[in-house]
Design a protein. Structure first.
Ligand code: BES
Ligand code: MN
Ligand code: ZN
Length: 501
């Protein structure tokens, strides 16, 4: 897919399609107005006859509009002008892209990027438009034997900006968006991969691909032998029921001087979570292939970062393993000694994510991190609390939490903070070990984060619970690519990358 920005008038475009907005009720946007004049009222006539009300997402495709050079004009309903917000804008763009892709326009010039969105500038509008386009055109059909391709797929989008002065801004927005989208695509591809293919070794191979593709990326693979030597017994316990070796992949991106402390991202990479001996019920169990969504998100963010070549140091850790029942599997009642030396009584082998992450979080102390963010499909409770719209954010460091919330607002990849008060720690008390891996009734997302907080005392830390946001179930099943956008935005901000005038 090719993207461009342009600053031109609609009647001069010679394109397969020009895309302009119509507001509710039957009100032309400024650009649509221009087309209407040139076409001697052709468009306003249609509106008067009731062909398009302008409701958000409504589409009307016109051919051979009088005096217009382009083959088609796509009128896009944008809702009430004053109500056009970020979410509406993204939805309108997505709908537009699917319509173009299905109606034979292989290229188009889109003027929706000139609409006024409260508090957002040209950079934001172009960037979101490009990201929405890439998101919309993604599919995971590689494992189907019969290929399903659009007959005349969309190949090129031009987004118009109001003035020539804004062209550089638009170009920067495209280049950032393409990097983020590459990361999102990587994340989706790995996350959607079935668990018989995507095992911990597969995650390591993906890390190796990044190392191969970028000069300033290197990797280290930590297998079971090495983990044994490091005392990562908790991580190892989770993978013991599986035939697949537990593998932790460490991806190092070097964009700054060697003495600059790295930002560390740790992703839960449980390539299949059966629950282990505390076996999960069968319904939708296939979706537990997405339990490596955190690792996929970290991999995607590392890919975007390498594309952007930001001047920072970042280390991404993919904590890969598989949680299976078996003769050698760990059991409820087992007491594990974590790499930190703290002991944990296992009360449920399905609360495995925290047991993997705690050792990975101790492992990364060696990098003397500037800060650590872990990303995990950690608790079903998070889906209950926040649904599929926001990732859970928990942190012991307020400034870091605010930075992440900021990045989530900018990117539209939403997160919402939950408290991490000391009181909740009581729910982890154990009669036999230092604490248990099960928080009991209530606040499951918080008690899971409380568990992790016991392993992150040596650095600034935040935790993203992406259980509700990493994938969609049901008919539209598939990875969302979240939270690659959020993480990459955070890194862009950290690197001080320019994103406005
Ligand atoms: N990977 C799951 C969390 C999960 C469940 C994410 C459903 C998305 C949808 C995690 O390993 C898990 O099983 N958590 C348990 C924890 C419980 C046993 C304390 C859960 O949420 O039920
Ligand atoms: Mn589980
Ligand atoms: Zn899990």
């Amino acid at each position: 897919m090719e993207f461009n920005v342009k600053s031109g008038s609609p009647e001069k475009q010679r394109s397969a399609c020009i895309v302009v907005g119509v507001f509710e009720p039957r009100r032309l946007s400024a650009i649509a107005e221009q087309l209407d004049e040139i076409s001697e009222g052709y468009i306003s006539n249609l509106l008067r006859r009731g062909d398009l009300e302008g409701k958000s997402g409504q589409m009307l495709l016109l051919h051979h509009v009088p005096n217009i050079l382009s083959e088609r004009v796509l009128l896009v309903g944008c809702g009430k002008e004053r109500e056009l917000d970020e979410r509406q804008y993204r939805q309108i763009i997505s709908k537009t892209i699917s319509t173009l892709n299905e109606t034979g326009s292989m290229e188009a010039v889109c003027f929706l990027s000139e609409l006024h969105v409260k508090g957002r500038d040209t950079y934001w509008k172009v960037r979101q438009a490009v990201e929405a386009t890439q998101d919309c055109l993604y599919n995971f059909h590689g494992l189907k034997t019969r290929k399903v391709e659009a007959r005349r797929p969309l190949r090129k989008m031009v987004f118009n900006v109001p003035t020539r002065r804004e062209l550089p801004l638009g170009e920067r927005a495209i280049s950032h968006a393409l990097a983020v989208s590459e990361g999102i695509t990587t994340c989706k591809n790995v996350a959607n991969m079935p668990p018989n293919i995507c095992n911990p070794a597969y995650l390591a191979e993906q890390a190796k691909i990044l190392e191969h593709d970028y000069d300033n990326v290197s990797t280290e693979i930590v297998g079971e032998k090495e983990m044994e030597a490091l005392g990562m017994s908790s991580y190892l316990a989770v993978g013991r029921g599986s035939r697949n070796e537990s593998i932790m992949s460490v991806i190092k991106y070097n964009g700054a001087a060697a003495d600059v402390n790295p930002i560390v991202l740790v992703g839960k990479g449980v390539t299949f979570d059966s629950g282990g001996i505390s076996l999960k019920p069968g319904e939708a169990m296939d979706e537990m292939k997405y339990d490596m969504g955190g690792a996929a998100g970290v991999l995607g963010a590392m890919h975007a970062l390498a594309e952007l070549q930001l001047p920072i140091n970042v280390i991404g850790v993919l904590a890969g393993c598989e949680n299976m029942p078996g003769g050698d599997a760990y059991r409820p009642g087992d007491i594990l000694t974590t790499m930190s030396g703290q002991t944990v009584e296992v009360l449920n082998t399905d609360a495995e994510g925290r047991l993997v992450l705690c050792d990975a979080l101790t492992y990364v102390e060696r990098f003397d991190p500037e800060l650590v963010i872990d990303v995990a499909t950690l608790t079903g409770a998070c889906v209950v609390a926040l649904g599929k719209h926001a990732s859970g954010l928990l942190s012991t460091h307020n400034p870091l939490a605010h930075e992440l919330l900021n990045a989530s607002e900018q990117s539209g990849d939403r997160a919402w903070r939950l408290p991490l008060w000391e009181e909740y720690q009581e729910q982890l008390e154990s009669p036999f070990a230092d604490f248990t891996n099960l928080g009991g009734k209530g606040a499951g997302t918080i008690t899971a984060a409380c568990f992790l907080a016991r392993f992150t005392k040596k650095y600034h830390w935040a935790h993203l619970d992406i259980a509700g946001t990493a994938w969609r179930g049901g008919k539209e099943k598939g990875s969302t690519g979240r939270p690659v956008s959020l993480l990459t935005q955070f890194l862009l901000n950290r690197a001080g990358a320019e994103q406005s005038e």
